[in-house]
Design a binder for this molecule. Structure first.
Ligand code: FES
Length: 125
């Protein structure tokens, strides 16, 4: 279904190492997380809440939500809308969504508080 661009075009973009479920993968600058997951040979980003069935990126444009992953400890990230960044940690999202941080060591309340403060500060120049 999906295939990468020819290597000659890919090699023009700088390499970016990300960790997908703990394993290093060399993506290319400009790749989305979902594209990197697919290019790594994985078909699934998440599992469903009820049956645990695997789901993988489908639309690659933010409509289907089948690309939800945990990125750097934040659950429910749409992998197709997030570009890879050097050292990024991507994890398969298993089961039901949660709204909090899983690994960053900050409870939800602190995250929401920080987001609120960002909004109250207004746009940064
Ligand atoms: S692949 Fe459909 S929302 Fe990301």
């Amino acid at each position: 279904m999906f295939r990468r661009l020819p290597e000659s075009l890919l090699n023009a973009a700088p390499a970016v190492t990300v960790y997908i479920d703990g394993r290093p993968f060399v993506a290319r600058a400009g790749d989305s997380v979902a594209a990197a997951v697919l290019a790594s040979g994985r078909a699934a980003c998440r599992t469903t809440a009820v049956s645990g069935s695997p789901r993988g990126p489908f639309c690659l444009m933010g409509a289907c939500f089948d690309c939800l992953v945990v990125i750097d400890g934040r659950a429910n990230q749409q992998g197709c809308l997030v570009p890879v960044v050097e050292g990024m940690e991507v994890e398969t999202q298993r089961g039901a969504r949660d709204s909090g941080l899983r690994h960053a060591g900050r409870p939800d309340g602190e995250q929401r508080s920080a987001q609120r403060e960002d909004r109250q500060d207004g746009p940064r120049t």
